[in-house]
Write a protein that binds this ligand. Structure first.
Ligand code: 6CM
Length: 258
């Protein structure tokens, strides 16, 4: 897929009518297209530094500060045998699983279920000492696009969930004891099927999910850089390992969902 790809068209084709009709849609389409385009670009030209390597999992960051606040973009890649991109994004998107795997969470509220593929959340995260506790309001969108690298008619789509902050009048920022954080996050999964599986029933051993996870989180207010960077260094790898182990466990006895 080249830069010519019309991501907007592909994203619209996968979306439900209820999402397409919602006032958020233009924003969702723009952010989702940007996130998919940049996640697919790999490391590109940016000055990414590898800060965690653990088996197939690699995590890179760029050190960036805005108004004295750490907003380091994170890019992680991973490969997990036995799950599909669709399954990966299913467990990341749907709220009923979130408390099972999200270790930084204190509370999660579904503010609005716009559609089967778009949900608005308010989340309160655990406090990082010595800073104020953080909360976030964001929409989350589940989508899938054809995988042009594996061009056969029946090759599985690339699946992605994108979370992006949104202002909600019902949850104004920074009024109580919580500081509002601003996030843009994508989790993307590409399913690769072993050629050996051709012509026979697919087994979990035949599939590998190539994962890309990118996150930019603005802490919204004062937090010491060294503390934030230390927390991210610990929490991002913990999240990706724990979450993928969770998806493996949940799906191991289920039929494969491509
Ligand atoms: O992407 C992740 N989770 C999603 C669903 O919850 C969502 C959340 C994003 C929030 C990320 C910012 C959290 C940082 C602030 C709290 C840190 C608490 C540290 C806890 C110390 C005990 O997109 C996975 C997010 C993984 C974050 C490291």
């Amino acid at each position: 897929q080249t830069s010519q790809t019309n991501w907007g068209e592909l994203i619209r084709a996968a979306a439900t009518n209820a999402s397409l009709k919602h006032p958020y849609w233009p924003d969702i389409e723009r952010v989702v297209a940007e996130q998919i385009r940049s996640a697919r670009m790999g490391l590109g030209k940016g000055a990414w530094q590898l800060f965690v390597e653990d088996g197939e999992m690699k995590m890179y960051r760029r050190e960036v500060e805005e108004d004295g606040l750490v907003v380091d973009p994170l890019k992680a890649t991973h490969q997990v045998k036995g799950i599909t991109g669709r399954e990966l994004c299913h467990y990341f998107f749907y709220p009923e699983y979130r408390y099972d795997w999200e270790g930084t969470l204190e509370t999660m509220n579904v503010v609005d279920k716009i559609a089967e593929d778009t949900i608005v959340f308010h989340q309160i995260h655990k406090r990082i000492w010595p800073t104020a506790q953080r909360d976030a309001t964001f929409w989350s969108h589940l989508t899938h696009v054809p995988d042009e690298e594996n061009k056969t008619d029946d090759s599985p789509h690339i699946w992605a969930t994108i979370n992006n902050s949104v202002d909600l009048p019902s949850y104004p920022p920074n009024v109580g004891k919580h500081i509002r954080i601003y996030l843009t996050i994508i989790l993307m999964g590409q399913t690769v099927i072993s050629p050996a599986a051709k012509g026979r029933e697919l087994k979990r051993d035949d599939i590998t999910c190539k994962i890309t996870y990118c996150a930019v989180v603005n802490p919204g207010g004062w937090a010491p850089s060294s503390v934030l960077r230390a927390v991210y260094k610990r929490e991002y790898p913990k999240f990706l390992k724990r979450f993928t182990a969770y998806v493996l466990e949940k799906t191991k006895n289920l039929p494969i969902k491509l």
